[in-house]
Design a protein. Structure first.
Length: 111
C-alpha cells in the first residue's frame, strides 16, 4: 500500500526543520548550496601580502611635501608624446549651457 504524497511531504517538512535544511519538494535550483559555502573573499585577499609604503600612502600622510612619483611622471610623459603625434585621448564633447545633449527638439503647442 502506497503512502499518500501529502504525508510524505509533511514528514519531509519536519525532517528539514529538525536538521536545519531547506524544504524544497519541487527540487528547484535555489542556490542554497552556494549560499552555505564559506566566503572566499578573505582568503583571496590574504593571498597577496599587503603593499606597504607606496607613494600614495606618503602623499596621504604628508600632503605638504612634494613626493615624486616616477610611474606617474612616466605615464604623463607618455601621454604628452602621444598627444604630439595625434594619438592622445579625444577631447570631451562640449555643449552650450542649457542646451540638451540629445538631438531631439522641443515642440511647444499653444492653444
Amino acid at each position: 500500500m502506497a503512502v499518500p504524497r501529502s504525508r510524505v511531504l509533511d514528514l519531509l517538512k519536519v525532517q528539514c526543520r529538525v536538521f536545519n535544511a531547506t524544504f524544497n519538494p519541487d527540487r528547484l535550483r535555489l542556490g542554497t548550496k552556494i549560499l552555505h559555502q564559506r566566503l572566499r573573499g578573505p582568503s583571496v585577499a590574504a593571498y597577496y601580502p599587503p603593499r606597504v609604503g607606496t607613494v600614495q600612502d606618503l602623499r596621504k600622510l604628508y600632503p605638504e611635501w612634494d613626493v615624486p612619483d616616477d610611474a606617474e611622471d612616466d605615464w604623463l610623459e607618455h601621454l604628452q608624446i602621444a598627444k604630439t603625434r595625434g594619438k592622445g585621448p579625444p577631447k570631451k564633447k562640449r555643449t552650450a549651457a542649457g542646451e540638451s545633449r540629445s538631438n531631439t527638439t522641443k515642440i511647444s503647442v499653444v492653444i
